[in-house]
Design a protein around this ligand. Structure first.
Ligand code: PLP
Length: 370
């Protein structure tokens, strides 16, 4: 066993910083004996809307349900085509399948890992109703071009902002460019709950109200159900926890950005490593720090042997996953290239300088022997 172990992610530094406050809000919710659809949810929704400078937030049970309800609120249904990036977490694509609509994959740019206006145009069909730009790894998509394509082709935009809470494009937060956005507060996301949680944000009152209805059994008032709804609510305890953590999000994002900056400086010019390329008009919030190398598998094994955990986001292009078997013959060379070469390095708010140095030192020694 290696002497020191560097995990892929460690939530401890963040969570010890807020422990006293967390226990105090836990106590408040505990004593209130009110656990679903109450003041803590409402106040988190207001806080999160303010944070993003957007009119409405509706808390829901997780990021997947946020995307599903966002698509439902727009009336996406069987027979529609929805454009999804070929390299993303499978939830983005499954949310589309859940509505009965078809997934059409758009390839990302090989330097930013995000879909572009150009890649969206390439896969348009007569049935395309919406596009889901994912701000992958924490880097905002180039929204100007995507918005232009959407306007010219009457497409809805549902942003998947699961990995980029707090990021901005041209000084406006991601998640505020499209019709509606889905967000995940999965524990390891940049703003993470203590369990599953999610939200939609939008400036459109009608969409907000539809999601609000759908998340709670379609109930317009107690025991009046106008539409087929679901139980996809965000509970009081998670909402209360999220309000506490939201106050620290910018500080933690700053830490992520500083760590990324050190990685970029120390790994520049090492072997064949491709470092993240940050577009000029964005702030990247480094949910993940992803490098690429043709020696990926060897490097990952070498690092693990030295106690350094890394992950691959994502190892298998979506068209090769079984639920997409019917579109298996679609060629997605860029997604395949990323899947074969990408490696996510350890990064978390509170990661110590000597830990970052150790990771870089080991990567350098791997490439020295090449
Ligand atoms: C995490 C994630 C989701 C799903 O969020 P859950 O809260 O786990 O359901 C959706 N899209 C992307 C890009 C994600 O990273």
């Amino acid at each position: 066993m290696p002497g020191r172990v560097i995990p892929f992610v460690n939530l401890k530094p963040m969570h010890s910083q807020v422990k006293t406050e967390m226990l105090s809000v836990f106590s408040k919710v505990y004593d209130s004996n009110w656990f679903i659809l109450g003041n803590h949810l409402e106040s988190f929704e207001n806080n999160f809307a303010d944070y993003n400078d957007v009119k409405y937030t509706c808390g829901v049970s997780n990021g997947f349900n946020a995307l599903f309800l966002a698509l439902k609120s727009l009336g996406i249904k069987e027979g529609d085509d929805v454009i999804v990036p070929s390299n993303t977490f499978i939830a983005t694509a499954f949310a589309v399948l859940m509505t009965g609509a078809n997934v059409v994959f758009a390839e990302p740019d090989i330097t930013t890992y995000n879909i572009t206006g150009e890649s969206v145009v390439k896969v348009l069909t007569k049935r395309t109703k919406a596009v889901i730009p994912v701000h992958l790894y924490g880097q905002p998509c180039q929204m100007k071009d995507i918005i232009e394509v959407a306007m010219n082709n009457k497409l809805f935009i549902v942003e998947d902002n699961a990995q980029a809470v707090g990021a901005s494009y041209r000084n406006k937060n991601t998640g505020t460019f499209g019709d509606i956005a889905g967000i995940s507060f999965y524990p390891s996301k940049n703003l993470g709950a203590f369990g599953d949680a999610g939200a939609i944000i939008t400036n459109n009152k009608e969409l907000y109200e539809k999601v609000k209805l759908l998340r709670n059994y379609g109930a317009t008032s107690k025991y009046n159900h106008d539409v087929l709804g679901y139980n996809m609510r965000l509970d009081e305890l998670q909402a209360a926890f999220l309000s506490v953590k939201l106050k620290y999000l910018d500080e933690w994002t700053n830490d992520r950005q500083n760590i990324a900056e050190i990685y970029i400086q120390m790994l520049n010019g090492i072997g064949d490593i491709e470092l993240p390329l940050i577009a000029e008009d964005v702030t990247h919030v480094f949910h993940l720090f992803v490098i690429r190398t043709k020696y990926r598998s060897e490097l990952q094994k070498f690092l693990l042997a030295h106690g350094i955990e890394t992950l691959i986001h994502y190892p298998k292009p979506l068209n090769m996953q079984h639920p997409f078997a019917s579109i298996k013959n679609v060629k997605l060379p860029i997604a395949e290239e990323i899947a074969a070469t990408c490696l996510s390095l350890p990064l978390w708010p509170g990661m110590a300088a000597n830990q970052i140095n150790f990771v870089c030192k080991k990567i350098k020694s791997f490439f020295n022997k090449k």
